[in-house]
Design a protein. Structure first.
Length: 523
């Protein structure tokens, strides 16, 4: 039996799911004694260092944790569960950590997008039981803005490169901890977890030990989900956001089955967009939560969910905050949430007042779950102009002139699934959301959606050059070379597609096969 330390600050469902999928039972710590009596303790830290330590102190877990670590029993820390082992963190400088390992946790200072999100490799420095059965060149899923810096090099189990070299796992006797998320790292992550769980696993040093590692470009499968006219929840797909064909909502399959299939084929992430979320209230839309629960039991790569994340008052006058809606999505198995329409409203208010309200959905969710959990989904549409001075927006010169030969355009933000255009451009929206604490941009493009004409590279370049957070290029993928184009000609970290995957025109494996050797990808 595995004892899991869930101190109630966020979603540890995916860790439980991963361990249970390996046939192991999980007991969650309910009181300090459960830590002391554990045989194998897993600590998947969630949230921010300061609030994590505050809860551990309040619950009286700090003493028992220190005693457990000193007892020589197996321990696996994940992400913040690694940070907790150190003396302190730059994330909350006045707060003391568990101090089991001497050293501190430092903020990433690199000339790359931060958070470091995605699949990166491990440069393995010493044998460990975690590595049995691994070749050594596998990639694992990272998502973090801070990294550990142990004083004693003997504690370093692996390092990873991202602008600089950082310590990505530590080992001190039976105490192991990883910066990456094994529970979100597909089969190899499950293998690593199994090695921790299984008794008698041998410490091994894999044959392949890269000196340097590289972050992979991510291929994301997107499932637009809504109820059809019969009330069944289906994966649908629009042409420039119109999801109806001969009056009926297009039905391209069942959400859980499709997501599972894409995971098996090698998708690096899965995104669900509840596309009628702007008018329905997701907490009344239980099937969507159930889709997430079922998917997270079978799919061990990151799951993002969007649609309807905003404040809401139900028919009985009960007020729900966007944070509560997001919390329900996280509890059901989401790793990230994506905010669409509400982000536009928030950015408009911010531009009007010139100050952060402090309680917007973006700020609140980022504060509680971390920036990396907050994705902003932008639904822009091109608006052509003759001269840049014609509008007070971020205008670009385009190689694809408008119907009247206009050489310039701006990208107008829309809300409610493209139904309503707003007086805000996509570049400004992305910038403002980054400032408010968003961790990633999902950049759709209504003009390209469902057209198979390739990504709008001009839009992607404009937004990517305006922000320091990762950008997911979306809309328009029709052929394998469109993925190569977007990675070679823009700095986008990921590419997302929907239609070509659902219609089986170009399976994910084919995309990856084509990119292999040309672009760094996860095999
Ligand atoms: O506004 O916070 O409730 O979120 C609603 C979410 O639903 C937003 O993220 C919005 O993008 C999405 N959405 C709303 N209506 C539609 C629609 O299609 N009618 N889908 C919609 C957006 C666009 C992409 C699509 C890519 C790739 N889907 O995600 O998957 O364009 O497609 P392709 O590869 O086939 O070209 P809120």
């Amino acid at each position: 039996m595995i004892t899991l330390l869930d101190y109630g600050a966020g979603n540890v469902r995916s860790v439980v799911n991963a361990i249970e999928s390996l046939g192991e039972t999980v007991r969650t710590v309910a009181a300090a004694e459960d830590i002391l009596s554990a045989e194998k303790l897993v600590f998947p830290g969630v949230g921010a260092f300061g609030s994590m330590m505050a809860i551990l102190n309040r619950e009286g877990y700090v003493g028992p944790l220190k005693a457990y670590l000193a007892s020589g029993r197996p321990f696996l820390g994940i992400c913040l569960g690694l940070h907790a082992l150190f003396e302190s963190s730059e994330e909350a400088p006045a707060v003391e950590g568990l101090g089991f390992i001497q050293g501190t946790v430092k903020r990433f200072v690199v000339d790359r997008a931060v958070p470091h999100i995605g699949w990166n490799g491990l440069a393995i420095r010493q044998p460990s039981r975690l590595f049995e059965g691994l070749a050594g060149d596998e990639k694992f899923y990272f998502v973090h803005s801070f990294h550990v810096a142990p004083e004693d090099p003997a504690a370093v189990l692996t390092t990873t490169d991202y602008g600089d070299t950082f310590v990505s796992a530590i080992q001190k006797g039976p105490v192991l901890a990883t910066q990456f998320h094994p529970e979100k790292s597909g089969r190899n992550g499950l293998r690593l977890l199994e090695n921790f769980i299984k008794p008698g696993t041998e410490a091994t040093l894999p044959d392949i030990r890269p000196e340097q590692t590289r972050l992979a470009k991510r291929i994301i499968a997107c499932l637009d989900v809504r109820a059809n006219d019969r009330g069944d929840l289906v994966v649908t797909k629009g042409d420039q956001y119109d999801v109806r064909e001969e009056g009926e909502v297009r039905n391209l399959g069942k959400p859980v089955e499709l997501a599972r299939g894409y995971y098996e084929e090698g998708a690096d992430e899965i995104t669900f967009l509840n596309i009628t979320g702007f008018r329905d209230f997701p907490l009344e839309d239980m099937p969507m939560l159930e889709v997430l629960r079922q998917t997270s039991r079978k799919v061990f790569v990151p799951l993002t969910i969007g649609g309807g994340i905003r404040n809401y008052t139900d028919v009985n006058g009960r007020v729900y905050s966007a944070l509560e809606v997001a919390a329900e999505y996280f509890r059901s198995g989401a790793d990230k949430i994506s905010i669409g329409s509400d982000a536009v409203t928030i950015a408009e208010a911010y531009r009007q007042t010139g100050r952060k309200s402090g309680d917007s959905a973006i700020e609140e969710i980022a504060r509680v779950y971390g920036s990396q959990a907050v994705v902003i989904s932008i639904d822009p549409r091109r608006v052509y102009v003759h001269h840049p001075a014609d509008v007070d927006h971020h205008v670009i010169e385009t190689a694809l002139p408008g119907p009247e030969g206009q050489k310039y355009c701006w990208y107008q933000c829309t809300v409610k699934g493209g139904r309503e255009g707003r007086d805000l451009d996509a570049v400004t929206l992305a910038r403002v959301c980054e400032e408010l604490g968003a961790g990633e941009i999902l950049l759709n493009c209504i003009d390209r959606d469902g057209t198979n004409a390739g990504f709008d590279l001009e839009l992607i370049k404009a937004v990517k050059s305006a922000v320091g957070i990762p950008v997911i290029a979306s809309s328009g993928a029709g052929r394998v070379d469109h993925f190569l184009d977007v990675f070679r000609r823009t700095e986008a970290e990921s590419a997302l597609a929907a239609g070509i995957f659902h219609r089986r025109e170009v399976p994910i494996g084919t995309v990856k096969g084509f990119l292999r050797g040309k672009v760094e990808i996860r095999s």
